[in-house]
Design a protein around this ligand. Sequence first.
Ligand code: ZN
Ligand code: ZN
Ligand code: ZN
Length: 160
Amino acid sequence: MATLGFEAHDHKHCITDGLEELRTQCAAKNLQLTPVRKRVMELLLEKHRALGAYEILEHLRAEGLGTQPPVAYRALDFLVTNGFAHRIERLNAFVGCAHLGKQHIPAFLICRGCNAVAESPSGRVSRVLGRAAREIGFQVEKLVVEAEGVCPSCAEKAPA
Ligand SMILES: [Zn+2]
Ligand SMILES: [Zn+2]
Ligand SMILES: [Zn+2]
């Protein structure tokens, strides 16, 4: 799995493949894919940038899909619970999953300049942490890996 988000890539695929995977998995798991859920996923995939619930609600409102915050929260909850999107704790915002359909614990690289988020598989990090935890008899139930910094394009704009 690659670290997806900052580098130039064929982004159209991220959106079409993401939506396709969403449709496939919803059908396979008998999950209801409502227009709001689908649209929220599309918004989250549009850019590799974290979106807050209110930003999402504004889109839904403008498009006549819903006006009340619970509409956005319920759709986000559905997407996160089913692994289609991730919550970025650091920003209290959401991104579409960049590795849909693959078993993974995500690690996030978050740009403090533009809120761009790259998702990387956290395999090595979580293994090291898991080992340290086991040594002291600690059981990890939830792991959040988020790094904050400056993305390549923001670094270019404002050289230190
Ligand atoms: Zn992309
Ligand atoms: Zn993911
Ligand atoms: Zn940036």
